[in-house]
Design a protein around this ligand. Structure first.
Ligand SMILES: *[C@@H]1O[C@H](CO)[C@@H](O)[C@H](O)[C@H]1NC(C)=O
Length: 360
């Protein structure tokens, strides 16, 4: 999994990171990237740690200022990074590119501008938007709290209450934090587009949740609040968008080619699943075809040694090179029963299992 500095240096939206991963020896507060996503309340000690995080993240000047002005921001950034990274690994677990986040591969991939790059931009902005909105409603931020009530038409029947996730503040924060002006550079605009797709997916997933009150749950009064989708759901949607992402080219002519200026143009080939070829603001877009990720390259370690699932993905994951089969005896708890009161009793079952891994 991730080690400390990988997790820290990962967030592409902070762009930041590419050139400036923490050097050797930076064990970085002992973070492993596998920390539970609960955040401890801030003390003066953690406040100091927060300032250190802001300095280590290689933020731009304005970003660092935003990071330091509210101690909750640093922790929320860390949480966003680890959440996005874990979700990326989860979504790409069965793919040739398994979201390898090791520094050298990540840097090359972020430079390239392919589908995987698009996904990374979107998942990280989605992660930050999600984490920030949750941090507000969880009371971890100084500058925001719960979502505010919208203007309601029918005030008697239900009340706005509870503590909604504060997407409004979170959106404002993320936009300001990323703060990119409309760039003329096509690649920068593609990145910004994909960043915005991530934010939009969060917005689209907001649901109103209600709880009934009144005599024996008669629901004469309801309290309602806005709630974000679980981040797994967001990851799933972005993975689907990755699969249907659109290749864009530049409509540059000779006059502006040198500056990279030009409009984002439709792809040359029609893409299945899209009735038109013009990318919508909710589509992920990319400019270059992906490397095949089969063999070791600067983009990935290749698929040698990856575990695959026979009849499912060995053929494609191993790129036709075949797989090794290893037989293993595994012991697992089985036939578990809940006993009064209150523990679970299981038998131990031993079973032979085949493990398949890709050949070199
Ligand atoms: C991805 O695959 C490589 C081997 O190609 C492996 O070393 C690495 O641990 C995998 N990463 C994850 C997150 O599963």
């Amino acid at each position: 999994m991730l080690d400390g500095h990988l997790a820290v240096g990962w967030l592409p939206l902070a762009c930041i990171v590419l050139a400036s991963l923490p050097g050797p020896g930076a064990a970085y507060f002992g973070l492993t990237g596998n920390e539970p996503l609960t955040i401890l309340p801030l003390t003066s000690e953690t406040e100091e740690a927060a300032v250190q995080i802001c300095d280590r993240l290689k933020l731009e000047r304005k970003q660092r200022k935003m990071c330091r002005r509210d101690p909750g921001v640093a922790e929320t950034l860390m949480e966003a990074i680890s959440m996005s990274a874990q979700e990326c690994e989860y979504q790409f677990h069965f793919e040739r590119w398994n979201c390898t986040l090791e520094g050298k591969y990540r840097a090359s991939l972020l430079k390239k501008g392919c589908k995987e790059t698009a996904f990374l931009y979107a998942i990280s902005s989605a992660g930050l938007t999600h984490a920030m909105a949750k941090a507000c409603s969880a009371g971890r931020m100084e500058r925001c709290t719960c979502d505010e009530a919208p203007d309601l038409e029918n005030k008697e029947a239900w009340q706005w209450g509870g503590c909604g996730d504060n997407l409004k503040y979170s959106n404002k924060f993320v936009k300001e934090f990323l703060g990119k002006k409309n760039s003329k550079d096509l690649r920068a605009r593609v990145d910004l587009h994909n960043t915005n797709v991530g934010i939009k997916v969060i917005k689209a997933g907001v649901k109103t949740t209600c709880k009934c009150h009144g005599v024996s749950g008669s629901c004469t009064v309801r309290t309602c609040w806005r709630q974000l989708s679980p981040f797994h759901e967001i990851g799933k949607q972005l993975k689907l968008k990755y699969e249907t992402s659109l290749k864009v080219g530049s409509t540059t002519n000779e006059a502006n080619e040198a500056t990279g200026e030009g409009e984002i143009a439709p792809p040359k080939k029609p893409v299945t699943g899209h009735s038109d070829q013009i990318p919508r603001t909710t589509d992920l877009i990319y400019m270059e075809d992906s490397p095949n990720f089969c063999k070791m390259s600067k983009f990935s370690p290749g698929t040698f040694g990856r575990r695959c699932y026979k009849e499912k993905n060995c053929e494609s994951l191993c790129c036709g090179r075949g797989h090794n089969t290893q037989s293993k005896v595994v012991t697992r708890p089985c036939q578990c029963q809940v006993r009064w009161c209150c523990y679970v009793e299981c038998k131990q079952c031993t079973q032979r299992e085949e493990i398949y891994t890709c050949k070199d």
